[in-house]
Each structure stands twice: as structure tokens, then as C-alpha cells.
Design a protein around this ligand. Structure first.
Ligand SMILES: [Zn+2]
Ligand SMILES: [Zn+2]
Length: 351
């Protein structure tokens, strides 16, 4: 299947059509605060599973846990309805190896926005998992089982959501919800939003935002995407250094997934969270400074007060130039090395 042509397969579209049509159920089931609240809560709880589990654990192994802990994480990840942990990790590692190259399954630059957002998942070519590329995960039969039968967890999850609604209808009728209403909101609406939120990283995070690091791809950092995806929006940071548990490298880069993982580490459930190396932080600081100076120099051409200030107080002018916010990052073109990985990252590359 990996050698088949890359095109939309109608059979593979059925789950997505089903998921989106399920949202239309709101016309018949109505809404209640508990149903809408559950949809929002399950969006964030499962976005945490996408980013903190499928991405930062299974794809990059940025922290450790026990074998039982790993299995429980895989179950939690399964509720996201984004296929099995090995399929997810394989495709994501492949993305890092071939980012924005023709081999990349979901590059908006190579294949266009809609292909990178949803089309690629409907291609038969991207359906199988290449177990040879995720050997570190394929040695656990329980993970291979969850990956092979990846519909089991979503079906159990949807059924549980339905019966929670039924129970609330019976035991707390004042909440005004029901089994079908909870199914539509907390499963269909929440899962559809979760899918598009996650897909924004494949499509938008290589188009929208600033580039701090001159990586060999076109990954970007975006505050808006970081909010939608609980911290994954710092995608350029992540492409620069994949092995760290955090994607927000500095305190002002909000990364709720990292905060959640930090909390979990205090319980002992997970451990060995990996930091960002000081050399990478220093490189980021230098890049910010260079961009800042370049922007200020460009601004001084337009705003002569900088030049005037330079004549009177050279030191003050230097500080003003160095600290002015970046007006136009594109003003500072930087070399783009072909390979930009640390030794610690290459050790995590699939064998
Ligand atoms: Zn990327
Ligand atoms: Zn990654």
C-alpha cells in the first residue's frame, strides 16, 4: 500500500464523513450545560493525550514511565480517535525525517493546505504502520494489539459517554441531558473539533507564525496555535529540538501540555522529563537578538530619530536598537542549514 499513488480514497473518507455528520445530531438532541461542558472538557483532556502522549511520549520518548503506565497512556491516547499509537508515532517520525520535502506525507508547501490538513489521512498509502520504523514500540504486544485494533478504544469510549448520559438522565434529570445528547456533544462534536485542532499543526504550523530557528523545514511558532493545541504551536522550537518534554522553550511561551506532564511527574506516574539544552536556548536568544537588531536597523532608515540619537548618545542608541520589538522578522534572512539535529535527537531516530 505504501507504493500506491497518493490520492483520496473514498472508503477512507467514510469515518470522517460519519464523524462530521454526527455533529448534525445537535439539531435533534438539543444542548445542555453539562453536555457542552463535557464536550469542552473532553476536547482538552484528549488534546493533552494527543500532545502529551501520542506526540511527546510515543513519537519522541521525551519522558519515561512503567510498562503498565505506557499501556494506560496508550488507552488514553486511543480515546482521541486518531488511530493507534504506533501508526501515529510512525507517521510523525516520518514527518520529522522529511519535513517539507516531497516524502513528507503532510506538508502544506508540497501538497497544499487541504491535503496536509485532512487529505493525507484518506490516502491508502498512509494507512499502514511501518513497524520497522517504530521497533522500540513494536516490541510490546499490548501496544501492537491496540494499534492493530484501533477502533476498540474509540467504540468503548463512545459507548461509555452514551451511558454516562443515560445515567445522568436517570439520576440527575434536573441537568436536562440524555444519552444521545451526550453522545453527540461529548463524542461527535468534541472529537471533530479535536481532529481539526490537531490537524492545524500539520497544515497551519508550517505556514503561520514566526521562525526563531533556521531549521531546514518551514516550521513556525504561533501563540494562537499553542492555545488551540495546548502548547504544540511552538512548532519551530520543536523542529529545532525534538527531544525536550516542553515545546515552549521560554517561560512566556505557554505550554499547558508541559505543565500537565510536570504535574504527572510529581505523582511518580511518569519520570525523567527531558529539558531543553542550554546551547539551544542560547542559540534561540542569539537569533531573537539578531532579528531584533535587523528590524531596528530597518526601522532607523524609516525613522530618522534613531540616526539622530546615534550621533548624540551612541550607547543609548545601541540599547534602543537592540531592544526594539521585532517589526518584521523577514527582514533578517538567515542561512538554512540542511541538517539541524543534535546527537541526542539522532539517537531517537527510528532504526
Ligand atoms: Zn512539523
Ligand atoms: Zn514531533
Amino acid at each position: 500500500m505504501r507504493n500506491e499513488p497518493d490520492k483520496v480514497d473514498l472508503v477512507r473518507c467514510i469515518p470522517f464523513i460519519f464523524l462530521h455528520l454526527g455533529c448534525l445530531g445537535v439539531i435533534w438532541v438539543g444542548a445542555s450545560p453539562v453536555a457542552v461542558g463535557s464536550a469542552i472538557a473532553l476536547y482538552f483532556l484528549r488534546m493533552f493525550a494527543v500532545t502529551g502522549i501520542y506526540h511527546r511520549y510515543f513519537s519522541h520518548k521525551t519522558y519515561s514511565t512503567s510498562r503498565l503506565g505506557q499501556f494506560l497512556l496508550a488507552l488514553w491516547g486511543g480515546t482521541t480517535v486518531q488511530r493507534g499509537p504506533l501508526w501515529w508515532a510512525y507517521h510523525h517520525r516520518h514527518h520529522h525525517q522529511h519535513s517539507d520535502e516531497p516524502e513528507d506525507a503532510h506538508s502544506p508547501h508540497v501538497h497544499g493546505f487541504w491535503w496536509s490538513h485532512i487529505g493525507w489521512i484518506t490516502s491508502r498509502r498512509n494507512f499502514p504502520t511501518d513497524y520497522t520504523k517504530v521497533k522500540d514500540l513494536a516490541k510490546f504486544p499490548e501496544l501492537v494489539f491496540l494499534n492493530r485494533f484501533d477502533v476498540v478504544v474509540p467504540i468503548v469510549f463512545a459507548t461509555a459517554v452514551f451511558f454516562v448520559g443515560r445515567a445522568l438522565e436517570h439520576f440527575a434529570p434536573q441537568l436536562g441531558t440524555s444519552g444521545p445528547q451526550m453522545l453527540v456533544w461529548a463524542f461527535f462534536v468534541s472529537t471533530t473539533a479535536l481532529f481539526h485542532g490537531t490537524s492545524c499543526i500539520n497544515s497551519m504550523a508550517h505556514l503561520m507564525g514566526r521562525r526563531r530557528f533556521a531549521t531546514s523545514d518551514d516550521s513556525r511558532n504561533s501563540f494562537i496555535l499553542a492555545i488551540i493545541t495546548l502548547g504544540e504551536g511552538w512548532h519551530n522550537n520543536h523542529h529545532r529540538y525534538q527531544s525536550a518534554t516542553r515545546n515552549g522553550f521560554y517561560w512566556w511561551e505557554i505550554d499547558p501540555t508541559y505543565y500537565g506532564l510536570k504535574l504527572l511527574s510529581w505523582t511518580g506516574f511518569i519520570r525523567d522529563l527531558k529539558p531543553v539544552p542550554q546551547s539551544v536556548l542560547d542559540e534561540g536568544a542569539r537569533a531573537e537578538h539578531a532579528a531584533s537588531v535587523a528590524a531596528a536597523q530597518k526601522a532607523s532608515v524609516v525613522h530618522p530619530e534613531y540616526s539622530a540619537l546615534k550621533k548624540v548618545m551612541p550607547a543609548a542608541a545601541a540599547i534602543a536598537i537592540a531592544t526594539v520589538p521585532v517589526a518584521n522578522h523577514h527582514a533578517a534572512p538567515q542561512p538554512r542549514p540542511a541538517v539541524h539535529r543534535d546527537a541526542t535527537e539522532t539517537t531517537q531516530e527510528p532504526q
